[in-house]
Design a binder for this molecule. Structure first.
Ligand SMILES: Nc1nc2c(c(=O)[nH]1)N[C@H]1C(S)=C(S)[C@@H](COP(=O)(O)OP(=O)(O)OC[C@H]3O[C@@H](n4cnc5c(=O)[nH]c(N)nc54)[C@H](O)[C@@H]3O)O[C@H]1N2
Ligand SMILES: Nc1nc2c(c(=O)[nH]1)N[C@H]1C(S)=C(S)[C@@H](COP(=O)(O)OP(=O)(O)OC[C@H]3O[C@@H](n4cnc5c(=O)[nH]c(N)nc54)[C@H](O)[C@@H]3O)O[C@H]1N2
Ligand code: SF4
Ligand SMILES: [Mo]
Length: 752
């Protein structure tokens, strides 16, 4: 077997440190000076944030060439002049002393494997040559891209031009894929990002796990606050007393994994008490009679035995929802890959919204507005074969994107029934060892690769496994693709360089273009730089790039948001209606209506607790845990343990523990116990993104527990291939009882 050893970046970096001339200012063309009397800086540059994927409009203040502060751009409809704590802390990334500074290439020496700092030309020549070698021998589809974040668009373009369909993202099959498929099956369209939820006008808001307030998508949190100010009833279903639950009129502390039972019982009450929106259902839906008889057996009493939620509470909350309809929003959530039956749960949420008549209605889901900006005209992409991401072509028939874990499977020979295995990866802004479940498998796949190139800003775990590491400029140092999402207002936003790239880092567009040139794809990169690209697109839309650069945002014309105001009630389902009954699901042998299957979600074995995980308001996954500004507030995670459980174990608040899972995998590091009534006794909870092992993340390394190393099992959604990850159980090992661990950097795991 091939042996790929993890390299700790930094200490061993040798060679060409001073590569003169390469830090020249790539942004001279598009730098923008705006005098602003309100700043303590020399200039203020509008752009948009990338500390998470919401992409709020920001104003970056610059003084003496340094970014001094980041504020919300009041002209931007997503930030509305306000930022979440992470957005304001962007300089903590820009000035992170641990940033990747130069291109690195893996070299084998007598003393072991190491990285050597090289020039961009050397690094890019190497990447292009390795790509060509793979594609000559196995074809372009043997190369796969994993990507997360806006700059990934350039790499996707490169891959499409090169002829590989294997473009995957953990933000699909490990995040919101099942939600999109569940809503598409029901309403004919997904809810997108930003979600088309009209939360600010909701009179009743139901949150199923979506822990808004900790899940800190800026506009959603502002809208949530506004709904509360306006007196909306909030119902939160969560095994944990989340921040959102603390704002709720009703908190339903459900037994994890049983939400489907609650959703069906709610439908039962609404239909049996005649509380549904009969006129809306008559006009727009298909299969109501089947649904009505389907949910008859799902009484609140039946659900109580599964969920632990009292029948009376189920009835009361159903009546509150119906009382506020159609301004009732049962929020679709975002990270929904929980138990492997997630498309069906998302569909149940969609159907409940359908019964309440909330799709296309004020306070429910609005119809998104778009700014029409023509795409750049390129020669056509090559014809692509289908992606190599599933055991057989018919598997997961309704997935509409490439499955990241499937590409990983396809990298391990013999694992899938496929002719061509994947041989090379490019990983852009995605830290796969910490975000794909079953990390052992990820390491096995990495061992099999002929070639791995990572484009990142930090020396994250994935970089240490790579053959070539390309340091990208951060979002404050680069221009990117224009942004014109579907939203309640049509708008276009620009990302532009605030300060020139530090060190030897380069923007993603430049990296993609340089690789394109080396791979014979110059036709696909005809523009000088990304701002010229943006300008041409804007011109075709009749918009002035200079105006956009000065304001950060240009708004467009809007049509009606709601059916009642004339928005067309169009449903792109097979029947052209809201589908309570899905013929499509039936034709593939799946339940045509959401169904509860006893025993589908296994309960924890004795002495074990379900491992749940989520977000902290000040962090985005492991992306920000090395950000010193943000970590001042929250520098490690804690293990939430129910008080009764803690008593049984004799665990004191603050005591440090390892978590050990059902397969005997023990967390590398420890975290303090947080003893609380706020978590269901069958579960424990930690924030994702901690427990980094990469040494050169000098701040984050060793702080807290990494949930992902404990996620050795997952359950795949048969409909679209999402990986349910809330199916692992853990027990406690006191730090004082654990034999001292050599903190691993992953070396042991791959020493084959
Ligand atoms: N601050 C911050 N905000 C973020 C992010 C971030 O990293 N940091 N990431 C963004 C991204 S990409 C996403 S996808 C979203 C994710 O945020 P959400 O869509 O809100 O989803 P989850 O992370 O799955 O939700 C975790 C919550 O679900 C609860 N939960 C766990 N199991 C169950 C169950 O069986 N039933 C019910 N009813 N509840 C359960 C947990 O207790 C926890 O409160 O957040 C986004 N916002
Ligand atoms: N165990 C576990 N797994 C999960 C989740 C979980 O809660 N627990 N959440 C799931 C969810 S909701 C999602 S969306 C996925 C996300 O999973 P991934 O797609 O892997 O994304 P991130 O964790 O955001 O990737 C972080 C990497 O991006 C790099 N990065 C940050 N900014 C930039 C930039 O500007 N340019 C480049 N090139 N790189 C950059 C960071 O340094 C880091 O290495 O993970 C999923 N997987
Ligand atoms: S929600 Fe926060 S981190 Fe995300 S884009 Fe907006 S300001 Fe940035
Ligand atoms: Mo996500």
């Amino acid at each position: 077997m091939k042996r790929r050893e993890f390299i700790q970046i930094g200490g061993g970096v040798a060679g060409a440190a001073a590569l003169g001339g390469l830090t020249t200012n790539w942004g001279g063309l598009y730098r923008n000076n705006i005098p602003d009397p309100g700043t303590d800086g020399d200039r203020v540059v509008p752009t948009f944030c990338e500390l998470c994927f919401w992409k709020c409009g920001i104003l970056a203040h610059v003084k003496n060439g340094r970014v001094t502060k980041i504020k919300g751009n009041p002209a931007d409809p997503l930030s509305r002049g306000m930022l979440c704590p992470r957005g304001a802390g962007g300089t903590g990334l820009l000035y992170d002393p641990d940033r990747l500074k130069q291109p690195l290439v893996r070299v084998n020496r007598n003393s072991g494997t190491d990285f050597e700092a090289v020039s961009w030309d050397t690094a890019l020549d190497e990447v292009a040559e390795r790509f060509q070698r793979v594609s000559e021998q196995w074809g372009a589809p043997a190369l796969a891209l994993f990507s997360h974040g806006y700059g990934g668009n350039w790499m996707k373009h490169l891959f499409k031009a090169y002829g590989s369909p294997n473009i995957a993202a953990p933000s699909y099959a490990q995040c919101r894929g099942p939600r999109e498929v569940g809503f598409e099956l029901t309403f004919g369209s997904g809810v997108g990002s930003p979600e088309i939820t009209d939360m600010r006008n909701s009179r009743c808001l139901v949150l199923i796990g979506s822990h808004l307030g900790e899940n800190m998508h800026n506009t959603q949190v502002q809208d949530f606050a506004e709904a509360i100010r306006n007196g909306a009833d909030v119902i939160v279903v969560d095994p944990r007393f989340s921040v959102a639950a603390s704002k709720a009129r009703h908190w339903l502390p459900i037994r994890a994994g049983t939400d489907m039972a609650l959703l069906l019982a709610w439908m039962n009450v609404i239909i049996s008490e005649n509380l549904h929106d009969a006129e809306y259902i008559e006009n727009y839906s298909y299969g109501f009679e089947q649904l009505k008889s389907h949910v008859e057996a799902y009484t609140p009493e039946w659900a109580y035995a599964r969920t632990g939620i009292e029948p009376e509470k189920i009835r009361i909350t159903a009546r509150i929802m119906a009382g506020a309809r159609p301004a009732t929003l049962v929020h679709p959530g975002r990270h929904v890959t929980w138990y492997g039956n997630d498309t069906q749960r998302s569909r149940a949420i969609a159907i409940l919204n359908g019964l309440l008549g909330s799709w296309g209605r004020r306070g429910g889901f609005y119809m998104p507005q778009y700014m029409d900006i023509p795409s750049y005209t390129y020669p056509g992409y090559r014809q692509h074969p289908t992606a190599t991401d599933r055991p057989e072509p018919s598997a997961y028939p309704l997935s509409d994107q490439v499955l990241a874990q499937g590409v990983c499977d396809a990298t391990i020979p013999g694992n899938l029934r496929t002719e061509s295995d994947v041989k090379g990866w490019m990983v852009y802004g995605s830290n796969l060892p910490t975000t794909l479940p079953d990390p052992e498998k990820t390491y096995r796949a990495i061992q099999e690769l002929e070639f791995l190139v990572t484009v990142d800003v930090l020396p994250a775990e994935i970089a240490g496994w790579s053959d070539v590491v390309l340091p990208e400029a951060t979002y404050l140092e680069r221009c990117d693709e224009l942004r014109a999402p579907g939203y309640r207002e049509a708008f276009v936003a620009v990302r532009q360089e605030v300060v020139p790239p530090m060190y030897e880092s380069k923007p993603g567009w430049w990296i993609a273009k340089e690789l394109g040139n080396r791979l014979g794809l110059t036709d696909f990169f005809p523009w000088q730089d990304s701002m010229e690209y943006a300008r041409m697109r804007l011109e075709q839309a009749g918009l002035d790039c200079h105006v956009l650069q000065e304001t950060g945002v240009i708004r467009g014309e809007n049509g009606p948001l709601y059916f009642e105001d004339g928005a067309p009630a169009e449903f792109y389902t097979d029947s052209g209606k809201i589908e309570f009954y899905s013929q499509k699901l039936a034709s593939y042998g799946f339940d045509p209506m959401p169904t509860y299957h006893d025993g589908e979600v296994a309960a924890p074995p004795p002495g074990y607790y379900r491992l749940l995980f989520g977000r902290a308001p000040t962090h985005t996954f492991g992306r920000t845990t090395n950000n010193r500004l943000l970590s001042e507030v929250f520098d490690e995670n804690a293990v939430w343990v129910n008080s009764a459980v803690a008593r049984r174990w004799g665990l004191a608040d603050g005591e440090r523990v390892h978590l050990q899972n059902q397969d005997g995998v023990r967390s590398t590091f420890t975290a303090p116990v947080k003893v609380t009534e706020r978590i269901h006794p069958e579960a424990v909870y930690i924030v994702h993104g901690y427990g980094h092992k990469a040494e050169k993340l000098r701040f984050a390394r060793g702080r807290g527990i990494d949930d992902n190393e404990l996620i050795t099992r997952y359950k795949t959604d048969p409909i679209m291939g999402g990986t349910g990850m809330n199916v692992n159980f853990v027990t406690f090992v006191r730090a004082v009882d654990a034999p001292p661990q050599v903190a691993t950097d992953g070396r042991e795991e791959v020493d084959v």
